[in-house]
Design a protein around this ligand. Sequence first.
Ligand SMILES: [Fe+2]
Length: 321
Amino acid sequence: MTQTPPDNTDTAHQKIPVNTLVPNRQAGVKLFLRTGKDRFVLFINDTSLLSAAKIEQLKENRVTHLHLNTSDRKGYLNYIRENLPAILSNPELTDNDKAEIIYDTASSITEELFLQPSTKGIKQTRDLVDCMIDTISQSPKTSNLLMMITSQDYYTYTHSINVGIYAVSMMRKIMPSINEAELKTLGLGFFLHDLGKARIPNSIINKQGPLDQNEWQLMQEHPTLGAELVHKMGEDNPSIIDIILTHHERGNGSGYPEKLSSKEISVPGKICALCDIFDALTTKRPYKKALSTFEALKLIKNENPGHFEIELLNQFILLFG
Ligand SMILES: [Fe+2]
């Protein structure tokens, strides 16, 4: 072991669980052992292979976490992304750690996807959703933990992840026998539902006051733009396109872009719409505070007559216990 990192204050470090280390891979970042307050020693270099023996040695010494410089966080997220299936299948990783790893990885993938939509970004999102659903199947508690760590700060990409997490949980609740392949497809649709916003100018997306008529008209095009965008990127699964196109439709025909009636909107489309409203209400913006889960559910139930079937609303309320 060698000397301490140059910046060794507690705030400059991030803790990472030892159980995220995969044998015979490079971490890609320097990892440190904490030896006392503000004291760290180098455990492994960014280019060295993590041997199984070295990882075992940590466990024998009851070391549960290593540390990295916060400035290396991006490098660590890349390591997680590249090794996600192996990391999440480690039975020693806690459900809490699994949920945090999924959320952090989803944030880094979808942030990039919204900045620059690409076929590669959609594939990475699909791989992430697949891993998330495999993990939920093996450790069902992860589903609730994911719902608890959803970000309260509103960004288009965090909104997409939150809606994806709520909607997958809701699908599992109302269709417990849904097969995993179908859930993965719908999950990808939920995560991509707002991708069309990547084609709307930021001045409209981030506007703090009400939108004028032209801006609102453009905003209402985001479901169609999103469907076109994913189609162009090679994703033509009808269930995914359907979720993107219908997530702003309402059962009483007051939605957009097609003003569909309840019987014309698919169940996944309705679920995505419900989760979309719920997340918009429970996240904060510069001009509004976040409502509590209870306040948001009450508002959706009392102030959206005809938007959703009562049975669907009741199931959604039950989802939050
Ligand atoms: Fe939307």
